[in-house]
Write a protein that binds this ligand. Structure first.
Ligand code: ATP
Ligand code: MG
Length: 356
């Protein structure tokens, strides 16, 4: 077993079993409890001591510094991390490599979701897309003009919808350039998708959907990847309300239920268990819990994660920042841990209160 040293408690160093990241992991704690910081500690250890590729969906640019050691970090660790080959795909102009995905490679259902079309609620327009797929209109470079000239009211409505939503204009689309799907196919040690800087609130969700669709489509290749989703309530809420959210939730639920045997392993982080679809939560064999005060949330966690020691769970309202309970397959015995210091740069961090 490869032991990942993540922190310590009264009994000494605490380690996680690297091999047990071949299951799904749920990471929970209220805002400011230190989830993102602690998650970074674990990802650094995975980078240093395994060859497991990491894919990080990063909504707040918290992990854009994952390949950049801090001053004062252990020199050997710092050198190893700097050489690991962390790829950061940015959603903003200021960054380096840009984050793009390919519209044309997405499954029809997902492309329809980009246009907020649902196969059941919008049968005519969805069907127009389907027919466009079959007769090649979908690949037409002058798509809108062709749809308008078709003489078919459903196709004309699709053209109006595309124009009104403006989704074909998004910066997200690859338009022939290198896409996140290509980067992920190379399986770098870590790919960080910085999702925070897009103009349209649907863009980060579509970026997530495109890469999850892609990984799912190629699942039979059985190439392992740990899919880390911070602020996962944005990606798999319990009550998806738009076609895009429904497509995303269905995909994540599918990966949670069936991805394990193909090497598609999830690590989902959020503030409350009730913010994540229960069919995803129920598939998580590893739990990390930081400070959590709500008795209702703790009762839910205790129901869902029976393997977490009840006495430690009950202490969660009093956890200090950076303290977490780890339980499940990746740790020999459920334990309370004070997380170690980060080796790499944190992207976000708290804003200090101005006092003088
Ligand atoms: N173990 C730690 N040592 C030092 N600073 C920490 C530690 N854990 C967290 N912090 C700091 O506390 C602040 C909040 O931590 P973090 O962003 O990880 O919280 P969070 O649980 O992810 O919150 P949110 O749910 O709002 O994203 C950050 O500024 C972070 O740098
Ligand atoms: Mg966070």
């Amino acid at each position: 077993m490869v032991a990942l040293r993540i922190g310590s408690n009264d009994d000494g160093a605490v380690t996680l079993a690297a091999e047990r990241f071949n299951r799904h992991t749920f990471w929970c704690g209220q805002s400011g409890s230190g989830k993102t910081y602690a998650l970074g500690v674990v990802l650094e250890q995975l980078l240093l001591h395994t060859r497991l590729p990491l894919l990080v969906l990063d909504p707040n640019a918290d992990f854009v510094g994952l390949g950049q050691p801090r001053e004062g970090a252990d020199p050997a660790d710092a050198a190893a991390i700097a050489e690991a080959g962390v790829r950061v795909l940015h959603s903003t102009q200021e960054g380096g490599e840009r984050l793009h995905v390919r519209f044309v490679d997405m499954p029809l259902r997902s492309r329809a979701a980009v246009l907020r079309l649902d196969p059941v609620a919008d049968p005519e327009e969805f069907n127009a897309l389907l027919r466009g797929e079959r007769d090649g209109t979908a690949q037409d470079p002058d798509l809108i003009a062709t749809l308008r000239a078709s003489g078919d009211p459903a196709r004309e409505r699709v053209a109006t919808r595309i124009e009104n939503l403006g989704s074909l204009e998004w910066d997200l689309w690859a338009r022939g350039a290198l896409a996140a799907e290509d980067v992920i196919d190379e399986r770098p040690r870590a790919t960080v998708m910085d999702l925070g800087g897009f103009a349209d609130p649907d863009e980060p969700k579509v970026a997530a959907l495109a890469v999850l669709d892609h990984l799912w489509e190629r699942r039979t290749e059985r190439r392992p990847v740990l899919i880390v989703i911070d602020e996962a309530h944005n990606i798999c809420p319990p009550d998806p309300s738009t076609p895009l959210e429904r497509a995303l939730v269905e995909r994540v639920v599918q990966v949670a239920a069936e991805g394990r045997k193909f090497g598609l392993w999830l690590l989902l982080s959020t503030q409350r268990p009730s913010k994540i679809h229960v069919n995803v939560l129920s598939q998580c064999d590893n739990l990390a819990l930081m400070k959590l005060s709500s008795p209702r949330d703790l009762a839910e966690l205790s129901d869902l994660f029976g393997y977490a020691p009840a006495d430690l769970l009950a202490r969660a309202p009093r956890f200090r920042k950076g303290q977490g309970l780890f339980a499940g397959g990746f740790i020999e015995q459920g334990s309370l841990v004070q997380m170690a210091d980060r080796i790499t740069r944190e992207g976000g961090g708290d804003v200090p209160v101005p006092v003088s």
